[in-house]
Design a protein around this ligand. Sequence first.
Ligand code: ADP
Ligand code: MG
Length: 731
Amino acid sequence: MKNMRFEAIKNIVNNTVKYEVKASDKVSTIFNEHVFTLKTARHYLSDEAYKSLQASTFTGKKIDRSMGSNIANGMKAWAEEKGVTHFTHWFQPLTGLSAEKHDSFFTLKGDGTPIQEFEGAALIQQEPDASSFPSGGLRATFEARGYTAWDPSSPAFIMEIGQGKTLCIPTIFVSYTGESLDTKTPLLKAIVALDKAAVDVCQYFDKNISKVNATLGWEQEYFLVDVGLATARPDLLLTGRTIFGHAPAKGQQLEDHYFGAIPERVYAFMRDFEQEAYKLGIPLRTRHNEVAPAQFECAPIFEEINLAVDHNTLLMDIMTRVAKRHNLHVLLHEKPFAGINGSGKHNNWSMSTDTGVNLLAPGKTPKTNLMFLTFFVNTIKAVHDYADLIRASIASESNDHRLGANEAPPAIISIFIGKYLTDVLHQIEQRVGGHFDETDEAMLKMDIHKSIPELMLDNTDRNRTSPFAFTGNKFEFRAVGSSANCATPMTVLNTIMAETLKSFKKEVDTLIEKGEKKEVALMHIIQKYIVESKKILFEGDGYSKEWELEAEKRGLANIKTTPLSLDAFNSEKAKKIFENNSIYNHVELEARHEIMLESYIKKVQIEARVMGDIATTLIIPAALNYQNVLLENIKGFKEIGLPASSFENQKAILEKINFHINGISKGITSMIESRKKVNEINDTREKAIAYCDNIKNAYFDEIRLHADKLELLIDDNLWPLPKYRELLFLR
Ligand code: ADP
Ligand code: MG
């Protein structure tokens, strides 16, 4: 009999690093090589077309149709010089992944003459057959049309797969009736909302500011396993995580992996995907080992948020593809292995002005200090007021395994700001009766600028356990899952910030109209916001039991599962804020809620099936085989007339195995019964909750426990699934 596991192990030794990575090119020479940047566009476009593209890039303004063909021709000329034959609209449907449908430049003229053509209309808009993407009922089946429309604020790029090259046009994806069917459309709207609200508030400080860009720097964590070993694990292939598997004798307890030397095979892979990323203009900067064995991280220099989100989506795709060349398999799942750390995607977020100021960087003068305090405190207020939306924005079946699992941010949303800023806010709050006058100049002169970076760099003031932490000149949203598309959490963050800034402005203006000096009015509302939102601030250990209790006392929510946390998207409060800021209308919001619940249901359902399959067709047969070996052995003892005492141990093992086989069988049988019942529930929310409580929570751990015990009992030669020790310790 063939044992997949041993085949795979043998192959690792044979296959290790066949792929030669050529010496790294200097990054600056290949950076953006495959991107139609404005600089490149300048060489291929007429003055008029270039100006039109430039304006659209910066303002997001629609390209006018007459310019479309001109730009399309320029793009085609550039792309063809690089060997491109096809183009595609590249978009991010609600699966969270990217999607593309390639069309050739090649076409036939009326008289049959073959030509290469790329028309303006094809650049600006396409109608992919969209009926198979999740829509939450937005597109009635008789009207399955959705269309993609060019987003000129994210430049076109060339995707290289093997020898094939495709020109990719970043697009939004909307239904025929105009509702968004993707993650980019709402993000772009939220960017506009924040820009407007932030610029209005900036006017208190600097009339020259006319644009505020949200910025994002993501940190992508991932695991790498040998592709052969991954292929021998149906759970890894189908669900992205190990549903079974006993912890290895050595895990991460020695802490010898974090920032350790990168294994050579992994290093070759990293260099390879980094080269691909640079050509696409993804400014990767950092690479290192992470805490768990076989876990790694990469991070770029931060960028404008829409571009940063596109780049992250693109990178996840590139990593997955390039890994194949190295016989590696990338795991982006939040919790691929039980018992060791999971993966996240820290979203470092800030806002910067067109005058070059980072609004979350403490200022050097009293005036800029006040501007910093304004945006800093408004962020705290936004997260406080809409903590439920922040929580919902990171909810997914896979992230549920990680949040609150002792090594990842808890499901309780809180903010860490460090000791120094806690003191600053405390001082402002303590100003009795909110009495601010000229003497406050002294307070505003506090050397926030100098003190913060120093304190932030000091490790004692860096709290790794907070889901949302201020880290010197940006907030770091740490609860985002490693497999997530950043667009949704960033859409929510930008929207709640826009809404909060609008209210802030209204309140400050009211005080100014009543005759208060501008600075004093600002300080009054800042003080008010500190008082109203201070309960969300927490400096202690977010992983601790005490925090759960304390948070409960403070009235902070602690919703551990996806179906319930998604309720926040369906509340009146959510409808109001999203509609007020033109992000989602209530139809879109309801559709999204439905899609997210459905995705949850399907994922649990798939895991339950995979669990049944693996247990029944791989684990139990292996257990029975070993039982047969033991039975033969016992029979032999009996045949030569030895007493029962001489094979007691064999009998004991036999019984233990039987116990666990029965445990698994019973579990699987009643889980299937339970699924039949749950599948009859019509209401999507009820059904998702039932999948969570009556399937996942009721059976997964118990069935796994029995299977993992068997792994420890059964002859290693008979065990069919690659073990944790093999998956995690790459050679
Ligand atoms: P770490 O958090 O690991 O200490 P850094 O502080 O250097 O690392 O930055 C982490 C990420 O934060 C990087 O991707 C970086 O580009 C990003 N970042 C830095 N400044 C900003 C900013 N103003 N806006 C958004 N992201 C930022
Ligand atoms: Mg970080």
